[in-house]
Design a protein around this ligand. Structure first.
Ligand code: NI
Length: 187
């Protein structure tokens, strides 16, 4: 409607789907080529993640069923990592940590995941890279790759807890903002 203005808008904050929205269950498709459309998506996702604030976001969460993830676990939002078509090729060890999710506002729970992983992906320029990670970064990558496969962290909890969370979030007419400071990383 306002083409003059829109040409100056570089980034946008996208709407994040809230559990139990069925669109969070979509299996995301691989990105065929990393073009300007994908780069715009990456930039908008980063903006959305930083604004929330969160440390990770998968494209499925903003209703784009493509295999695209952004992560930044730094304290000062200075270390954006982009994973396009990520594949976790190795997993070892175990760690349990408290997780939160931008799609499950206000809910935090411990989840057990691999301690150390190797991931192959394309970056924002479409260049292949391989990353070994442990600790929080490894947790976040596993959490986001789950989103690309239609999986949410509450799936790891007991049926009773899942039911409680569904009821709590379904009752909310509007999305609750994430409390600050959040008791666990939100991704
Ligand atoms: Ni999440």
């Amino acid at each position: 409607m306002i083409p003059f203005v829109s040409s100056f808008i570089k980034m946008a904050i996208l709407d994040v789907l809230t559990y139990p929205d069925p669109r969070l269950r979509k299996q995301a498709d691989p990105v065929e080529s990393v073009d300007d459309v994908v780069r715009q998506l990456v930039d908008d996702m980063a903006e959305t993640m930083y604004a929330a604030p969160g440390i990770g976001l998968a494209a499925v969460q903003v209703n784009v069923p493509k295999r695209v993830i952004v992560i930044d676990i730094s304290e000062d939002q200075s270390d954006l990592k982009v994973f396009i078509n990520p594949e976790i090729t190795e997993k070892s060890g175990e760690q349990e940590s408290e997780e939160g999710c931008l799609s499950v506002p206000g809910v935090y729970a411990p989840v057990t995941r691999a301690n150390s992983i190797v991931v192959n992906a394309l970056d924002r320029n479409g260049t292949e890279f391989k990353l070994e990670s442990t600790g929080m970064l490894a947790v976040c990558i596993q959490h986001e790759v789950d989103h690309l496969d239609g999986k949410v962290f509450v799936d790891y909890l007991s049926r009773l807890k899942q039911e409680r969370i569904r009821k709590k979030l379904s009752k909310q007419a509007r999305r609750q903002p994430t409390p600050l400071p959040s008791p666990a990383p939100v991704m």
